[in-house]
Design a protein around this ligand. Structure first.
Ligand code: AMP
Length: 405
């Protein structure tokens, strides 16, 4: 039987590990053949997988290995894949890694030295980086010959001018790494490649990309390179999100510490899990539920969100010296016509006008014919971006794939 080369893509969180498998040799011919996740890691792991047509291939409790045994769980996944995808040969794994610090401005092949550098970055992303690293070390344990590649959420934003990367803090803190890094880079990089395929005349354009999901940020990019972005040192900055407040006056934190006696753990819970759309509405962190709700606080949460998206988008237009196009992507950006309409209305003075019917039908180009600024809805695909990077690194390094997975 002839085998097709495949790349395993892993996005590891605290209690879940999302995976997908892409077949093909590179960017232009990548085919997603499998997606799935192991959820409930540490408590009651559950394994789910779907094929390219979204047919369920597996869905059930996984009790063969210990609930927190990541190597065991990955070993199970590899064995399952060997049976399920008989014509596929795994040649590499690509990981989504939240933080590449100032050092990594591109994906990198995992070596012991790189792993040590990623570990040194844990203090910058303590809620995410350890889980990314745990998945890499677990995979290396069960399949040491498999080349692994780390793809960073921060890397795309390393092209920003220094003004966009620096806080107005004492130099020592900047030198120590307290900087605006920016996140969602793999999503923005995918959009940067995709937009010129859809609209070649915009290859050099100044574009605001609105990545609006459960985590949300904006990126101003010129000619496909990041000029500025709304997230900063952490993924807390910028826009209000499902459960995060976005930018708040840091004086609020001093007040909460002093007057409410809050420590770092309580602040972290407040800022990561209790704020944003959920905190304002008291109803839900899910935009769908808020749009369906009769509760006036739900409407306020939606309005607060759209206000900040438009306001911060205009700030990015200023950072780029103009605005030539807007792109909406991710869960809310791709699926919520009312949110897109509200944001566009607020950007009308910049020359943004939607075609209502195209917006409701979720066309690719949703701007009115006479809109100075064209507006697009482009589904993001971070996993494809990771697979593409991973296979490119493999080809560049001429790493010989293992004989068979
Ligand atoms: P993501 O993080 O990109 O997967 O986005 C997830 C979020 O997208 C969910 O929390 C929902 O709030 C939002 N979402 C998905 N579908 C819709 C929809 N049809 N209308 C509004 N929001 C949606």
């Amino acid at each position: 039987m002839s085998h097709r080369d495949a790349c395993l893509v892993i996005n590891a969180g605290s209690s879940s590990l999302k995976f997908s498998v892409f077949c093909g040799a590179g960017r232009s011919d990548l085919e997603a053949v499998l997606t799935g996740q192991i959820s409930g890691i540490g408590t009651a792991p559950r394994f789910e997988a779907k094929d390219a047509a979204r047919h369920v291939l597996a869905d059930g409790i996984l009790d063969e290995v210990g609930p927190g045994d990541r190597a065991g769980l990955l070993g199970f996944l590899l064995t399952w894949m060997r049976h399920e995808l008989r014509d596929v040969r795994l040649v590499a794994a690509g990981h989504r890694v939240v933080h590449g610090g100032t050092r990594f401005d591109a994906p990198v092949r995992l070596t012991p030295a790189v792993l040590a550098e990623l570990e040194a970055l844990v203090p910058l992303a303590p809620l995410h980086q350890p889980h990314n690293i745990a998945a890499m070390t677990a995979l290396a344990e069960v399949y040491p010959e498999l080349p692994q590649v780390a793809c960073f959420d921060t890397a795309f934003h390393r092209t920003r001018p220094w003004q966009a990367q620096m806080f107005a803090l004492p130099r020592e803190l900047t030198d120590e790494g307290v900087r605006r890094y920016g996140f969602h880079g793999l999503s923005y990089e995918y959009i940067a490649q995709r937009l010129p395929q859809i609209a070649p005349e915009l290859a050099e354009a100044r574009v605001v990309v609105c990545h609006l999901g459960s985590g949300s940020s904006l990126c101003g990019m010129r000619a496909g390179r990041s000029v500025d972005t709304t997230m900063g040192f952490t993924a807390l900055d910028g826009l209000p999100m499902g459960t995060r407040p976005g930018a708040i006056d840091p004086g609020v934190l001093i007040y909460l510490m002093r007057e409410k006696g809050m420590g770092p753990d309580e602040l972290e819970r407040l800022l990561y899990h209790k704020s944003g759309l959920l905190g304002v509405s008291g109803v839900s962190n899910d935009m769908r539920a808020l749009l369906d709700s009769e509760n006036p606080q739900a409407a306020e949460a939606v309005e607060l969100f759209c206000f900040q998206v438009a306001k911060q988008a205009a700030g990015l237009a200023a950072a780029m010296g103009g605005l030539d196009a807007v792109v909406f992507t991710a869960g809310v950006g791709e699926n919520s016509a009312p949110v897109r309409a509200r944001v566009a209305e607020k950007l009308g003075w910049l020359g943004v006008h939607l075609d209502g019917a195209a917006n409701r039908a979720r066309a690719t180009r949703i701007s009115a014919a006479d809109s100075r600024v064209p507006v697009f809805v482009i589904p993001t695909d971070e996993e494809r971006m990771i697979a593409s990077h991973t296979l490119a690194i493999l080809a560049r390094n001429a790493v010989h794939p293992p004989l068979a997975a």
